[in-house]
Ligand binder design. Structure first.
Ligand code: ZN
Ligand code: ZN
Length: 178
């Protein structure tokens, strides 16, 4: 047997051992990181790392079969989506008269004719019935009461004009003075 063969065998063995060790380490680190993205429990993370480091490739397969299905970020995204959906349902307005769903930009309920909103007298921005001023253009408003009648504000009531003076009466007064 040539002397150089032992050296090659040794180098080959070392190479294989180092590669396997690196692979084993990578597997353990991957499993630990993967578990960390799926569970906040540090004990579970450590347990996964230990199982994979002891059982090697079969341990990794067992972990992949048994790991939590969703990552934490996926769970978080899903909860956000559910919350948004729930909020949309809650925020959709209903008619105070008949309880039917109405749209934000409706001025009256098409079902029971209940007045829902009023348009600004100046800019047509839709206002709540109780608002006296337009938040959009700051014009003060005519108030609609809940039964639809108009409670006037001073802006829209003309001051009563003074009674016209009878010209003949004025003339007669002037005649009497003379
Ligand atoms: Zn209605
Ligand atoms: Zn306005």
């Amino acid at each position: 047997m040539p002397e150089g063969f032992d050296d090659i065998l040794l180098i080959g063995t070392v190479f294989v051992v180092v590669t396997l060790a690196a692979f084993w380490l990578a597997m353990v680190i991957w499993a630990y990181r993967d578990m960390r993205s799926r569970s906040r429990d540090p004990l579970a993370q450590l347990l996964v790392a230990i199982i994979v480091s002891l059982l090697n490739v079969p341990g990794l397969f067992i972990y992949i079969l048994l790991r939590p299905r969703a990552t934490l970020s996926e769970t978080y995204e899903r909860s956000l989506e559910e919350e948004a959906l729930l909020q949309e349902i809650e925020e959709r307005p209903t008619c105070p008269g008949c309880g039917q769903r109405v749209q934000h930009d409706w001025q009256a309920c098409p079902n029971c004719h209940h007045r829902l909103k009023k348009a600004c007298v100046n800019c047509d921005y839709l206002l709540e019935l109780t608002w006296n001023i337009c938040p959009h253009c700051t014009t003060s408003q005519v108030n609609y009461t809940s039964d639809g009648t108009i409670a006037t504000s001073s802006r829209h009531v003309k001051p009563s004009e003074p009674a016209p003076i009878d010209a003949k009466w004025v003339a007669s007064q002037q005649v009497e003075r003379h």
